[in-house]
Design a protein around this ligand. Sequence first.
Ligand SMILES: Nc1ncnc2c1ncn2[C@@H]1O[C@H](COP(=O)(O)OP(=O)(O)OP(=O)(O)O)[C@@H](O)[C@H]1O
Ligand SMILES: [Mg+2]
Length: 183
Amino acid sequence: MLEISLHILDILNNSITAGATRMSVRIEEDAAAAVLTVQVTDNGTGMTEEMLADVKNPFSTTRTTRKVGLGLSFLEEACRISGGHLTVTSDLGSGTGITATFAISSIDRVPLGNMGETLSGLISAYPNLDFVCRFVNRSGMEAGLDTAEMRELLGPVPLSEPEVYFFIRDYIAEKQENILGGI
Ligand SMILES: Nc1ncnc2c1ncn2[C@@H]1O[C@H](COP(=O)(O)OP(=O)(O)OP(=O)(O)O)[C@@H](O)[C@H]1O
Ligand SMILES: [Mg+2]
């Protein structure tokens, strides 16, 4: 895939399929500005140890529509070519965590993409699920959005409302630009 944000979208779709109601994305630049770490955690069903051991294998899937599952193997490849790696942890019954690292200055690293564009569509498609997105930069500056907090502020207005969709899209994009602009 051409952008890290599209890999994140794919990973979040796994979480939704696993019945998660709360998903958190944290995108962090380290103090040396050398490594970008993307962490996605969910409170879905989790995986058995056998599934977890095999999860990055493209022929490992619980899909019934086809025999290959490419999401995690594509992400692992994108990490690997930039000199990073992918780690998956999971607890059956409590959730899953994905940590993907990328060497920021590698010429083979795909760009982060626009998390506002990527997440706003998912949030309006699943207005009752909770999504958190946080950006952290090399100086430790942080910003982001938690849809649970937004839902409380909005009261009866659903997150799928078109105006809310545009607000969320632009808000996340602005935070990304302020904290991680250029990555
Ligand atoms: N967050 C998660 N919670 C529980 N199980 C997961 C999670 N992410 C992945 N899995 C398991 O790992 C398998 C492989 O995931 P992967 O994204 O690589 O492929 P897929 O989702 O099956 O297919 P594709 O991504 O190509 O549509 C899934 O079928 C699912 O069983
Ligand atoms: Mg998948």
